[in-house]
Design a protein around this ligand. Structure first.
Ligand code: SAM
Ligand code: SF4
Length: 334
């Protein structure tokens, strides 16, 4: 088994990314089998706890106040409502529950206190809690950790060179700094990218390099496909080829052998065959449930049928492994 490396060069990564696809798949699948139980897929659920009206101008996002996307806004949900949704997700087999807010950054005050209560309650249900709330201070990260937060998501989205074409209201370095704050507080890191925003292969190699240089690697690496949303500057972007998605997943698996590679937004347009290739390339986590923040997700029944047909098993979450009998019923199917 090869050691985990954080010193990959851009040239090495480019060589892997551009290798013949059969060789790339074989290598990625070998790395996957060396590090994980083949055929086990972790299932997460994602809920928007505060929707719309965000001051950032992320060109892909339905929740930015800069674009007229018709997405209905929603103020912060109550703790009871979030607990109800978490219980539903748990009943469907999810072991991780992620809560997203359309904030540029966390502000101290009543709303943050309410989020801390949500984290406490959902953790108390035996699920891994994850939040994605924008930028954080060290003190806020410490408070989230004390409330029981297991993971924090903060995507780098793309390469540093391409970032300015997608977002102008914050910098790439702001993003990296928040990831460092999360890591320092002892919360596990979830970060990743969006494919299909107009980036080149050079950008793809660059963002994979950025992820591979994180020391330690993120525990969870998300690979999203753009969901082109009406009213956003990226509304007319064509879908990417599934083989490109497979290349990115396979390269991520080889570079970050111990990380969960999470197939996230954009699964709705993927055929079962493309899903199979993604799993073979080393993706071992998905978001399931009827919605992904503001976008519709792949139908739960279609995911259930796919789990059956591919003989996939729902992986117990870290917490369930630590406390057998807790979270992680093998539902996930319809
Ligand atoms: N406001 C916080 C932030 O930006 O970090 C958290 C919520 S934000 C909606 C979470 C992530 O969802 C983004 O970083 C982006 O990677 C992803 N995302 C948002 N809209 C998307 C879209 N239309 N297609 C694919 N991914 C998207
Ligand atoms: Fe706001 Fe996050 Fe959407 Fe950007 S991605 S506009 S920060 S909610």
């Amino acid at each position: 088994m090869n050691a985990v490396r954080m010193d990959w060069s851009r040239e090495e990564i480019s060589g892997i990314f551009h290798s013949p696809v059969m060789d790339l798949l074989h290598r990625a699948h070998t790395v996957y089998r060396e590090n994980f139980q083949a055929g086990e897929v972790q299932v997460s659920s994602l809920l928007s706890i505060k929707t719309g009206g965000c001051p950032e101008d992320c060109a892909y996002c339905t929740q930015s106040a800069h674009y007229d996307t018709g997405t209905p806004g929603q103020s912060l949900l109550s703790v009871a409502e979030v607990m109800r949704k978490a219980a539903e997700a748990k009943a469907l087999g999810a072991t991780r529950f992620c809560m997203g807010a359309a904030w540029r950054q966390v502000r101290d005050g009543d709303e943050f206190d309410q989020v801390l209560r949500m984290v406490r309650e959902v953790s108390g249900m035996g699920m891994e809690t994850c939040c994605t709330l924008g930028m954080l201070t060290e003190e806020q990260a410490r408070r989230l950790k004390s409330a029981g937060l297991y993971a924090y998501n903060h995507n780098i989205d793309t390469s540093e060179a391409f970032y300015g074409k997608i977002i102008s209201t914050r910098t790439y370095q702001d993003r990296i700094r928040t990831i460092e704050v999360v890591r320092k507080a002892g919360i596990t890191v979830c970060t990743g990218v969006i494919l299909g925003m107009g980036e080149t292969d050079e950008d793809r190699v660059a963002f994979l390099h950025q992820l591979a240089m994180l020391d330690p690697h993120a525990e969870s690496v998300t690979v999203n496909c753009l969901i082109p949303a009406q009213g956003t500057p990226l509304q007319d972007r064509p879908p990417i080829s599934p083989i490109l998605l497979v290349r990115v997943i396979a390269t991520a698996r080889i570079l970050m052998p111990h990380s969960m590679v999470r197939l996230s937004a954009g699964r709705q347009g993927l055929s079962p065959e493309s899903h199979l290739l993604c799993f073979y390339a080393g993706a071992n986590s998905i978001f399931a449930g009827e919605r992904l923040l503001t976008a519709p997700n792949r139908e739960v029944s279609a995911d259930g049928a796919m789990f059956e047909e591919f003989d996939l098993k729902v992986m117990a979450g870290d917490l369930a492994r630590a406390h057998p009998g807790g979270a992680g019923s093998p539902a996930g199917r319809g």
